[in-house]
Design a protein around this ligand. Structure first.
Ligand code: 7TS
Length: 410
């Protein structure tokens, strides 16, 4: 049950934009929210709202229960060994920064190495740049194949006894490349390094099993998986979370506070200083329920089938250049491209006039844009409620845009 069957659950999709039915193809930036998620948030505020872990009153107990239930749901969703290994954060960016501050800066020594790829989202690149600067460690970039894939032999060569961290996106937000996380974990662990996985584009789209992947940390955002903005997750192996320092200090996260020193709660609570994102967690819990009711395997199959169909249809327009893995290679549910001679921003403006929402720009991946040799690209990204008809609408709008920009294309 995907595509047209679930579309009715998303009120925002039932509207026209510029006189055309909305075709929302910007899901890699953020997904839309189904009614059960919207209702869960509303219900929480209407019936249970209170601060958590404090008041000894009924609402406080209900809010705490709802918050911790959401943690259990997320833990099951990624097959974490225990809910205590799920830290609620504001999103992927915050999760990665927390690892960089609380873990990486503690373990990195001058001369140590952090292995990453040049295709990382800035959120999985700048925190490591900063950690390297602060500690005297160095960033080491894996070479990319022309379609954005990495080769395991290059990884084996790059990861040495000096490597403390390997950080990589499971699925690239620009190229859709899927990286072999469990193989990377094996290579990293053989050298005593820790594997950080940016799951922003993978967790929403495919079944995730952190134990099978054997990643040490996993970061992802609720808003890309039908949940609200402002809530995300940091999963970590138990001993690493125990070793990691909190980034924020204050209420909620302490055990005993003395005048000159304090001690912290156990993970995950020591990382959740201040009033946590309670309604956000409740919304994310409802999103997890919703996605599981559709089935993550179904969602994965659906997004990948739409990406394959999009590749096929875009190939009908010879002036369009597509980036990333070619047909027949597994990729995430997105397609990145350019119309020759036309800036992606101009292209997306014309598409918007036809009700088609795509993302244009550098997608927070400036180093990758330099490798591709372009200032920007257009990107259509799919989710469970998209249909082949959405892609047909995209292609029709692109054909119109091509005529509109004929002078530039030449
Ligand atoms: N990592 C990847 C791979 C991403 O795609 C994104 C967001 C992030 C990290 C950061 O997530 P946040 O929720 O903390 O912002 N990517 C995109 C995108 O491709 N277009 O808009 C946001």
């Amino acid at each position: 049950m995907t595509g047209a069957d679930v579309r009715k659950d998303f009120p925002i999709l039932q509207q026209e934009i510029n006189g055309h039915p909305l075709v929302y193809l910007d899901n890699a930036a953020t997904s839309q929210k189904p009614r059960p998620v919207l209702e869960a948030i509303q219900r929480y505020y209407e019936h249970d709202n209170a601060n958590v872990h404090r008041g000894v009153h009924t609402l406080g107990a209900r809010a705490t229960e709802a918050y911790e239930l959401a943690r259990e749901k997320v833990a099951r969703f990624i097959n974490a060994p225990s809910p205590e290994q799920v830290v609620f954060t504001r999103g992927t960016t915050e999760s990665l920064n927390m690892i960089a501050y609380g873990y990486a800066r503690r373990v990195l020594q001058p001369g140590d190495e952090i292995v990453i790829t040049p295709a990382e989202h800035h959120s999985n690149l700048i925190p490591w740049q900063q950690a390297a600067r602060a500690t005297g460690a160095q960033l080491k970039y894996l070479p990319l194949q022309p379609d954005g894939q990495i080769r395991l032999e290059d990884v084996r060569q790059a990861v040495t006894d000096r490597t403390k961290l390997v950080a990589i996106a499971h699925v690239s937000n620009v190229l859709g490349t899927i990286h072999p996380v469990s193989e990377l974990a094996e290579i990293a662990h053989a050298r005593g390094a820790v594997l950080v996985v940016d799951g922003a584009q993978s967790v929403p789209h495919q079944p995730t099993d952190v134990q099978a992947l054997d990643c040490d940390f996993l970061a992802f955002s609720g808003h890309k998986m039908c949940g609200p903005t402002g809530i995300g997750v940091l999963y970590g192996k138990r001993h690493l979370l125990a070793e990691m320092e909190p980034t924020y200090f204050g209420g909620e996260m302490i055990d005993v506070v003395e005048l000159y020193e304090s001690t912290w709660k156990q993970p995950p609570w020591k990382f959740e200083g201040g009033t946590p994102i309670i309604a956000g967690a409740v919304g994310l819990g409802a999103a997890v329920d919703y996605l599981q009711s559709v089935g993550m395997e179904n969602i994965q199959r659906h997004s990948q089938a739409l990406a394959a169909y999009a590749l096929e249809r875009l190939a009908e327009i010879p002036e369009i250049e597509v980036y990333g893995p070619g047909p027949g290679v597994a990729r995430g549910g997105l397609v990145t491209f350019n119309l020759r001679g036309v800036h992606a921003h101009d292209l997306s403006t014309v598409l918007d006039a036809h009700g088609v929402a795509i993302r244009a720009g550098h997608h927070c991946c400036q180093p990758l844009m330099r490798i591709l040799g372009v200032p920007a690209t257009a990107r259509a990204s799919f989710y469970l409620y998209n249909t082949e008809a959405d892609i047909d609408a995209l292609v029709t709008a692109l054909t119109t845009a091509k005529e509109f920009f004929q002078h530039a294309i030449g």
